[in-house]
Design a protein around this ligand. Sequence first.
Ligand code: SF4
Ligand code: SF4
Ligand code: FES
Length: 251
Amino acid sequence: MGYKAQFRVWRGADDAGELVDYVVEVNEGEVVLDIIHRLQATQAPDLAVRWNCKAGKCGSCSAEINGMPRLLCMTRMSTFAEDEVITVTPMRTFPVIRDLVTDVSFNYTKAREVQSFTPPADLKPGEYRMQQVDVERSQEFRKCIECFLCQNTCHVIRDHEENKEAFSGPRFLMRVAELEMHPLDTADRRDVAQDEHGLGMCNITKCCTEVCPEHIKITDNALIPMKERVAGRRYDPVVWLGNKLFKRNKA
Ligand code: SF4
Ligand code: SF4
Ligand code: FES
């Protein structure tokens, strides 16, 4: 059965915006994105919202619903009481372009800073063979739809613009970890993870994992193993001695 829901939606940009109240019709089985579309169709034709698939797969419709980072298209209206005021705001970590649309180019900058997959130079097409267990390990990370909800949630950058240069965020630390675990990748990414992508700033709170719509265990399966690899390299006395001797021999 249909009902009227009370919506409070952010309108405007970062410096000149406000929450505006609307009452919108809701039908059975609808998601928040349906209501935003109805709002556009009936009351606010200039409301800006980014979306593409409406199936939780393109990662475009990320926003905050009652303060929780979520996909608009995967949040069922049945999650809320009929008399609840539903507040929809843009992701907080990125600059607002207009209404619910944010400028997520920070993430593309960070993506470009990750050294790409570096297989052995003499490996020919058809020779890329790896164990199933290694395939499965990276498969989890490959489910990422780049919604950037984890990036939006991470407290290291959420209210700390000053940390953005030094910290790549969970999505890209996960990418570094994925490549570091790849048996055919020849690059040693441990120092880079720590020094250039800011792995040390992550204090494994798992907030990124909690909001991932693909249920990727970002912290447990990518960030913590990566921290262990870095610690092994830097603080293992045998590794330390080996590095010293190797460097001395090379000199
Ligand atoms: S676990 Fe690390 S990357 Fe994830 S939200 Fe916490 S500090 Fe950020
Ligand atoms: S890891 Fe999860 S939350 Fe982060 S961008 Fe990918 S799908 Fe979104
Ligand atoms: S519209 Fe594609 S994930 Fe929501």
